[in-house]
Design a protein around this ligand. Sequence first.
Ligand code: SF4
Length: 536
Amino acid sequence: MTLNRKLAILADAAKYDASCASSGTSKRDSVGGRGIGSTEGMGICHSYAPDGRCISLLKILLTNYCLYDCQYCVNRVSSNVPRARFTAEEVVQLTLDFYRRNCIEGLFLSSGIIRDSDYTMEQVVEVARSLREDHDFRGYIHLKTIPDASDDLLARAGKYADRLSINVELPTTQSLHALAPEKDSAGIRRSMARLRVHIDNARDDARSAAQPATASTSRPQTPPRRAAAPRFAPGGQSTQMIVGADATDDRTILTASATLYGSYRLRRVYYSAFSPIPDAARALPLAAPPMMREHRLYQADWLMRFYGFEHHEIVSAGDGMLDLDIDPKLAWALAHREKFPVDLNRAPKELLLRVPGLGVKTIERLLQTRRVRRLRLDDLSRLHVSLKKIMPFICVLDHHPGRTLDAADLAQRLRPPPAQGGLFDAQSADGAPTSGLAGASPHSGSESASTTSTWAALPEARSVPFAAAHRVPVPTAPSQSAQARSAQARSAPAQSAPSQSPSSQSRPAQRAPVAPAPAQRGLFDDAPPRRETVAA
Ligand code: SF4
């Protein structure tokens, strides 16, 4: 089999992990010599660094042969897909070739399980070793580790990789047992714990190495230098869970994530919406969950990591699912109106973090500004805050929401306006895939990467999860901010006048529940999440 053919198969197999920034847009290519560029090619995916840079990774599997029969995976042993396998040298050569051509800035390597876990892991580690030691490769490397691999192999992987990840695959042990009986949830968590110990030890060593050693008595002016501590996966570890392959609700998923963050100090938990696969077991759903569910889970995850929310606060009582129409922070604010309005000129940071429409960076800027003067609505406009979203929940020098906060139809007013139904709504609304080979990927996860020369400064990147790569292609949706601006423009006269009626800071806890607005599904309802809308 030629290298090109292998690349086509194994890059395609890895697309289910893929986090391509171009996913969700219309399919275009330059086959036939017409035009330039493509939104369909596999193998090189794009991830976003926190500073907004788009970075490219060669995302491939070492092999898509696998001994296991995980029901949700297109590469399971019983799946009828073309198979291929790279040698470690071939992956090294491909990485170097792409890097030299400036096509990529790093490697994301995963694999099906061949022979046994240790053998597979050895091959994966050998790729990273050869890149680092034989070729002095200084780009980014993310390795998917095989859960049952020996501790020695994990330690070696961490020596060469910037980030390691082990997939928990499914949110509960019961689901994993039912859909991937060969996998052992205890083994997965044991490997995560081992990685955490290695990462913690490496950080402690690095901290000690940074301390000046005892000064030499013979030359007191020049403190002796310590040797640099050995590095271990400076980008930390991450994991991925598949959403919608079983009946687990969002509350349970977020509880599982909170446990993972707390117990193993993960950098990220990635959520990947399940996609139906050919010849699937009857236990699997026929349709994919809405992409918006995945997006809401990411937003809820953000709330837990950056906004001080506890996982049990985010999903309201009921069916245990996040509201698909509004983001979780807004849903929380609507359900806890007694906590609002928040005075932006006086409230502590913890309270500001609870205000819908205010992001972490915006809050930092507001805190800086209010040190020198009182905040007004103009200040929020200058920071590009959505006034429509925020005004019912805040007071500033020239605005108080008054009775707006008590309005029974407030939730309805803040929901996205109904949109004209599109030709392909029936297909996109239930998330039905167009690709017959759509499926979850082996040991897969979304990617984050950095190309900074300092590995230790690796950022966390938000990337569009793998399932987005095989959804019904839809035209690029207008950004939420654009929608919010147009909605705001329509309602501007009513909102621009500050309310004159004073309102108490403390409000009764009980409010009438607001029924969801029966909105018609729109063309972009299931458009994959866009990075800029993830932060609540
Ligand atoms: S998820 Fe991994 S172990 Fe399971 S069948 Fe797919 S490649 Fe094999």
